[in-house]
Design a binder for this molecule. Structure first.
Ligand code: 6PG
Length: 243
């Protein structure tokens, strides 16, 4: 694992730096494999990044967009991660509809939705049994409780290691989420973390000793590149980990 932590002066600088890194990875993937696969996170922090990507001239027919997690709500719900990304980015560019791979929150139930998405990923990435998809870019956020994707502290989803996608649980609200093995298979993982309210959890995530189940972002140890991009409000005063 190649791990890098950068503290940027403010959110605008964090967005600019994440744009640079994301675009570089997308270009490298298209050059190397003819297409790029990127998984999106939800929440508020990545929205300005999605707006910035929408302004780029990219070969959209070679870009495939997935989600790392989703709230179990209809796609037109204000809480939908898909809706946020479509409004901020995807509806503004000429990306083929079949290149957009949302999590199916219209399934019979969350378990069925997770299974459907897992099957879809297996087909798209032509996976053999037991294999996990290697996303070119996986964008992640972190909550002030140390959760990432929809892997919340002390929840069953953290223990799931034989599935690609599983059901997350946020205070009883179902979520669909990549599992840890899927997250840790990514070629490049970029965390975007902004705001002073994240400092306490970041200190635990970066601590040499702390409980992983209490701070699930600690489990993110991908085989590929790992970038932690923090704004100063989040990263100030932090003992940054060895790179
Ligand atoms: C979600 C996310 C979640 C998010 C964190 C941080 O669906 O909510 O994928 O993991 O990244 O909660 O959210 P903010 O960026 O809003 O702080």
């Amino acid at each position: 694992m190649h791990k890098k932590v950068e503290v940027l002066p403010d959110l605008a600088a964090l967005v600019q730096r994440s744009l640079e890194l994301t675009l570089a990875q997308m270009h490298n993937a298209i050059q190397a494999r003819g297409l790029c696969t990127i998984a999106l996170s939800g929440g508020s922090t990545p929205k300005p990044l999605y707006e910035a990507i929408a302004a780029q001239a990219l070969p959209w027919e070679k870009v495939h967009v997935f989600w790392g997690d989703e709230r179990y709500v209809p796609p037109d719900s204000p809480d939908s991660n898909q809706r946020m990304a479509r409004q901020a980015w995807l509806d503004k560019v000429e990306i083929p509809a079949e290149n957009i791979h949302p999590m199916p929150t219209n399934a019979a139930d969350p378990t069925d939705a997770a299974l459907q998405y897992e099957t879809h990923l297996k087909e798209f990435f032509q996976l053999k049994s037991g294999e996990f998809p290697a996303l070119d870019v996986n964008l992640l956020g972190m909550g002030d409780d140390g959760h990432t994707a929809s892997l919340f502290p002390h929840t069953a989803a953290l223990q799931i290691c034989d599935r690609i996608v599983t059901v997350g649980n946020k205070d009883g609200q179902p979520r669909i989420t990549f599992t840890l093995p899927t997250i840790n298979q990514a070629r490049c993982t970029i965390f975007l973390v902004s705001g002073a309210n994240k400092q306490a959890a970041l200190a635990q995530v970066f601590a040499s000793v702390a409980d992983d189940y209490t701070y699930p972002a600690r489990f993110v140890q991908p085989q590929g590149e790992l970038w932690w991009l923090l704004d100063r409000a989040a990263g100030q005063g932090l003992q940054l980990p060895e790179e």
